[in-house]
Design a protein around this ligand. Structure first.
Ligand code: RB5
Length: 143
């Protein structure tokens, strides 16, 4: 069974807790790298912990959430083996997997409905990378 890595800051914490319920009902296990409350904190701390777990193979994919999604996305994308994708609708989550082989789904906790977030999670976890012409493009991303 896949163990999905999770991370958020305080602004993403409520949605992260909701994501846990969805993952459990979908039959996934998860590992939560924090934060653990709505107390103000700094998103890089939790983004880096999740990114390291995905890079090392401890978690095949992750889900990261902050208020806008931008700060935690910037943090995870500092890691060479990480392709974090900021998604707010399922079509973008599908393309993040199909075209970008994204390994961390990033969502804006303060700017996404619960229904859209659930669809993004389901779509991201169910969609495969298409390979082909997209492989050379993602191979060229690390600099
Ligand atoms: C926290 O207030 C907020 O700045 C953070 O969650 C995120 O949106 C940063 O990119």
């Amino acid at each position: 069974m896949k163990v999905i890595g999770l991370a958020s800051d305080h602004a993403g914490y409520p949605l992260k807790e909701q994501v846990k319920e969805w993952l459990t009902s979908m039959g996934y296990e998860y590992k939560d790298f924090g934060t653990n409350s709505t107390d103000s904190c700094n998103y890089p701390e939790f983004g880096h912990a999740l990114a390291q777990a995905v890079e090392s193979g401890e978690c095949p994919v992750g889900i990261a959430i902050c208020g806008t999604g931008n700060g935690i996305n910037m943090s995870v994308n500092h890691h060479k083996g990480i392709r974090g994708a900021l998604c707010w609708m399922p079509e973008i989550a599908a393309l993040a997997r199909q075209h970008n082989d994204a390994n961390i789904l990033v969502m804006p906790g303060r700017f996404i409905s619960e229904a859209a977030a659930k669809e993004c999670v389901e779509t991201f976890l169910a969609t495969e990378f298409e390979g082909g012409r997209h492989q050379a493009r993602i191979d060229a991303i690390p600099c």
